[in-house]
Design a protein around this ligand. Structure first.
Ligand code: SF4
Length: 344
């Protein structure tokens, strides 16, 4: 166990503390845990219960995160813990986010050493903190990501973005890229379906982008819940105006999971969303769609096919020095695929 980084004692009740890591601001009595079940009050001090506790560990294509404009074609060592500060009824990883899944111990030093080994042998670019919510794994992520950087590798977060300003500011220097899940564009959806708040998620994305972190946004479209054209328009407006029109946006297809049993999102709904988004954004994708529709990168200016993907594999890469070879438009890709780096 490691003492938590962001908490305060409360006046007026012996041993009561407030966790100030995320916008849940859990008030926690001695012996109790917060909403995420990852932080416990022990004798009036707050501790992380998941420091160095890992449920999942494996090599993934970076496209699986999904990150399409950050070191395309590379693999990344992906690790996750248990617990989450949200409780989305449609969670695809509920067995580790909402249940007390079994963990194995891993030190930050062990993770950084493994990342370096995978980097040498398997074209892995670094570490992705993913699967369950990495922000509640804060102390471990900070310690590990510093060591990963020391090895010359990258750190990626796949996150719900629910974190307070001060901890985010301290975390950002150690993070190179994020995929932030904007689950809907209304506060009532966040309150009712996820037991969280939308505004802090938007702030996280905006602060991260301003700090120079590479940001891609995912939005899982769920029929009847967050699929109205008006809501999608608001999401797209925000991405364009607050993050920039070069920010990749992934619309993902929902499938029944956890407490949601509505049928999968019609592909036609995703097509409409993509079409609307392309009016303002340069890089818009569809995820979880049969046949890989909406997976490839085309030049937003001339339509040239730039990056072709099959599943999570890169099958063609025609970007030259970050630009479209036909018209010279900036494709906004950080890093080049491993095979390009090797032939330089
Ligand atoms: S990190 Fe966990 S304990 Fe802390 S405020 Fe958020 S949900 Fe509550």
């Amino acid at each position: 166990m490691r003492e938590a980084s962001f908490w305060r004692k409360e006046e007026g009740e012996e041993g009561l503390v407030t966790c100030v890591l995320c916008p849940q601001y859990c008030k926690i009595r001695p012996g109790r845990v917060g909403v995420c079940r990852a932080r416990r009050n022990i004798d009036g001090r707050l501790y992380s219960l998941i420091y160095g506790e890992v449920t999942s560990f494996g090599l993934d294509p970076i496209e699986k995160k999904p990150l399409y404009h950050f070191y395309p074609g590379w693999d990344i060592l992906s690790v996750g813990t248990r617990g989450c500060n949200l409780a989305c009824g449609f969670c695809q990883n509920w067995h580790i986010s909402q249940a007390d899944a079994e963990t194995q111990g891993l030190t930050p030093e062990g993770l950084a050493a493994a990342a370096a080994e995978y980097g040498r042998r398997r074209r892995s670019i670094g570490v992705a903190y993913t699967y369950s919510e990495p922000l509640i794994w804060y102390e471990f992520v900070v310690d590990a990501s510093k060591l990963v950087h020391e090895k010359g590798l990258k750190n990626v977060l796949v996150t719900n973005g629910e974190i307070n300003e001060e901890p985010l500011r301290e975390l950002l220097p150690h993070v190179d890229a994020m995929n932030i899940d904007v689950k809907a564009f209304t506060e009532p959806f966040y309150a009712k379906v996820c037991h969280g708040k939308l505004a802090p998620v938007l702030r996280t994305a905006e602060m991260s982008r301003k700090a120079g972190c590479h940001v891609e946004i995912t939005n899982l479209i769920i029929p009847g819940h967050n699929d109205s054209p008006d809501e999608i328009r608001k999401l797209v407006d925000w991405v364009a105006s607050s993050l920039g029109d070069d920010t990749p946006l992934h619309f993902s297809r929902y499938f029944p999971a956890y407490r949601f049993d509505a049928p999968p999102t019609p592909v036609a709904t995703l097509r409409v969303a993509v079409e609307m988004a392309r009016e303002q954004l340069k890089h818009v994708y569809m995820g979880n769609v049969p046949g890989g529709e909406g997976d490839d990168t085309r030049c937003y200016r001339c339509g040239e096919s730039l990056i072709e993907r099959s599943g999570f594999d890169l099958v063609a890469y025609r970007v030259k020095d970050g630009r479209c070879p036909s018209c010279g438009a900036d494709v906004h890709v950080v890093g080049a695929p491993p095979f390009q780096e090797e032939t330089r």
